[in-house]
Design a protein around this ligand. Sequence first.
Ligand SMILES: Cc1cc2nc3c(=O)[nH]c(=O)nc-3n(C[C@H](O)[C@H](O)[C@H](O)COP(=O)(O)OP(=O)(O)OC[C@H]3O[C@@H](n4cnc5c(N)ncnc54)[C@H](O)[C@@H]3O)c2cc1C
Length: 408
Amino acid sequence: MPEFTMDLNEEQKEVRDWLHGFAADVIRPAAAEWDEREETPWPVIQEAAKVGIYSLDFYAQQYFDPTGLGIPMAMEELFWGDAGIALSIVGTGLAAVGVLANGTEEQIGTWIPQMYGDASDVKVAAFCSSEPDAGSDVASMRTRAVYDEAKDEWVINGTKTWATNGGIANVHVVVAVVDPELGSKGHASFIVPPNTPGLSQGQKFKKHGIRASHTAEVVLEDVRVPGSCLLGGKERLDERLARAREKAKAGGERVKNAAMATFEASRPAVGAMAVGTARAAYEVALDYARTREQFGRPIIDNQGVAFQLADMRTSVDAARLLVWRASWMAVNGKPFTAAEGSMSKLFASETAKKVTAQAIQILGGNGYTREYPVERMHRDAAIYTIFEGTSEIQRLVIARTLSGMPIR
Ligand SMILES: Cc1cc2nc3c(=O)[nH]c(=O)nc-3n(C[C@H](O)[C@H](O)[C@H](O)COP(=O)(O)OP(=O)(O)OC[C@H]3O[C@@H](n4cnc5c(N)ncnc54)[C@H](O)[C@@H]3O)c2cc1C
């Protein structure tokens, strides 16, 4: 197991600089346009595919980096470029992680390549867990999957909401209830292959921020998928359900469900996205404060402005440290005894909201206009405290982990 280190090795530095170049030269210049268009930036995703940034290979390499720093470093650089476009580039990864976490080797080999497509024909994937009445409260999910034994098929019915890439994805990963008696322990994840009848896009949402990322409802009406589309397979599901029923009878020990495993694995990565946005806003503000003159001197000459910048940079660096620690722990199988993954997401996302607001203040009137990027960054930053578990849910997880109490 590698020691925790903050020194990137030569290879990591090269990857970071390469990603930064792409973020600066391709993503950032396109950010304002796609934010206004509120559409998936297909040409930018294609560009990312051409250079190898939008590919399974690239993410697998970062994912399996034994230092744990591969994914957070990549996320920070891409989201430094622009959060909406970067989410369009990495959104497929959430579905891919769902398959990696719960799928068999055969399912991983079959479906993940179809999630990405290739540079000449890029595809995206969607992870569909949330429902209109089941956001933070995953256990109240209603989408139902019923096994049709005669045909070895699962029949899925329900409505998913807020799905990134929902309806435009080639492959959808859908979490559904297979045993309503077991609450969240009775959930399972399914692949819905391309062009499956019965799956359609519902409403596409008009959003406050990350507007280049497509977010929509996904409606499932008598969607039939082969038995092989149940992630992990029927045998493993039956065993898991049997164990959960036993434990429910015995009164208790918690069993992780498929969706929660996916969220756990992805939380520090969301923290890293937030660090990218926060750092971007801080850099714009620092640059502006050095060059904008009022009362005959740069505004940074005022302690009131300079101290804000000092606080902003301190928070960004502290957030990165929490994210790197959690990512290192995750890769090296360290138990999250203080919910360090949730801690990193909580702190980084709150930092992004605060730092982007401070950046607007430092840019004054200009900060409030779309001529400068910080108002977009502030709108974008608001998502980090909501998706992948709200800040309140992160606090709940941390508090329960620390106290061992069922805090409500
Ligand atoms: C742009 C965007 C993209 C998304 N992408 C995806 C995706 O790809 N796939 C997917 O499945 N989902 C996705 N989501 C859904 C996202 O994960 C949920 O919005 C999130 O989990 C919160 O659920 P909710 O919106 O229903 O809020 P609610 O659960 O209704 O919460 C509302 C408020 O109540 C608070 N609250 C709720 N319960 C408690 C409690 N016990 N204690 C204290 N406070 C509480 C919350 O913190 C929040 O402030 C996305 C959402 C957005 C906006």
